[in-house]
Design a protein around this ligand. Structure first.
Ligand code: SF4
Length: 333
């Protein structure tokens, strides 16, 4: 698949009706205001100059409930991006929003634009978790949004979180299983990190919330990723994405700048542990399997690497999704 280059434009808390307990977009992005035209252009040019190829660029509006912006504001941003599409500078538009803000009225507006992907903040498929996280939607809203997007042929990605108030490992695994049965194009999974200025920071200071440890978050997220990817839905991002000095806004919790590498290393550890006697891995994937800071070195036997191009299990080529199907069962046994 051709690499997609994303220009993220943050509209901090735009359209948000409440503050979700884990969120402080001002801290996460360092921005205080909605970006105006000159700022949009500045960000656009800043990102574009770094891209080695300029023919698969997308503008993505993040940090807000995009479809809950006032219609005039939403169209202001969409029209700006649309100008770039008309000039053939970008391929399409993406944005993130909350499920209850996907309805037929909003779809009617979106149909006038080239929307490539809509990212939906699901976070959990359990009402008690959503309620205690101060989300503005419930599980019914999620299924309603998915149904509308499916019926209108929109491509969408779904976000899940671990470690939210009232959540449990079982609920998180179940959420991953439910997501894996949707038509989502991709998923993102974020462990809950306590940001300064968030409601969770107060909860933690008052002993009402305990963040999960980094090791717990890696374990949960690994299993969720296996559940989702075995159904051929790619998990494109693991862990919170913070830029530059915004890392200083983390109060506590399982933040690690290489969280995704840690999870992928752990998944490969499961593969090496449970399947290694029947496995042949292409040499080109060796460093991936040895993993982050060589964490899996103790499980590596040089004989499992070979000169081919695909992973073999019991002497037959096998897809990663099929390996995950086997691993998923073994972990549960
Ligand atoms: S998580 Fe999304 S919906 Fe919740 S406050 Fe943050 S930007 Fe708004």
């Amino acid at each position: 698949m051709k690499k997609e280059y994303i220009i993220p434009i943050f509209i901090p808390h735009g359209g948000c009706k409440r503050q979700c307990v884990f969120c402080n977009e001002y801290a996460a992005t360092g921005l205080k205001e909605f970006p105006e035209r000159h700022k949009l252009e500045e960000e656009y040019n800043k990102y574009k100059q770094y891209f080695p190829e300029k023919n698969n660029i997308y503008i993505a509006f993040y940090g807000s409930t995009f479809t809950a912006l006032k219609e005039k504001e939403m169209k202001y941003y969409l029209d700006w991006a649309d100008e770039k599409i008309k000039k053939n500078e970008i391929k399409g538009i993406r944005f993130s929003t909350s499920p209850e803000e996907i309805n037929y009225e909003k779809i009617k507006i979106l149909n006038d634009y080239k929307i490539s992907v809509i990212e939906i903040g699901v976070q959990s498929f359990f009402d008690d978790v959503l309620k205690h996280s101060n989300r503005s939607h419930n599980v019914k809203d999620i299924f309603n949004a998915i149904d509308i997007l499916d019926k209108n042929n929109y491509s969408y990605g779904l976000h899940l979180m671990t470690g939210l108030p009232k959540s449990t490992f079982e609920k998180e695994i179940k959420s991953a299983e439910i997501l894996s049965k949707t038509n989502a194009k991709f998923a993102r999974i974020h462990p809950t990190v306590v940001l300064k200025g968030s409601i969770l920071e107060e909860y933690e200071k008052n002993n009402k919330y305990n963040p999960e440890s980094l090791e717990e978050a890696i374990k949960k997220t690994s299993k969720m990723t296996i559940k989702i990817e075995k159904e051929n839905i790619k998990v494109i991002r693991l862990g919170l994405c913070l830029y530059g000095k915004e890392i200083n806004n983390v109060y506590s919790g399982p933040y690690h700048k290489s969280f995704g590498d840690l999870v992928r290393t752990n998944i490969n550890r499961y593969i090496l542990t449970y399947l290694k006697d029947d496995l042949k891995i292409p040499k080109s994937m060796k460093s991936q399997f040895i993993g982050f800071k060589k964490r899996n070195k103790d499980l590596i036997n040089e004989n499992i690497f070979y000169d081919g191009i695909c992973i073999k299990y019991k002497n037959k080529s096998i897809s990663l999704a099929d390996i995950y199907k086997i691993i998923d069962k073994k972990i549960e046994d």
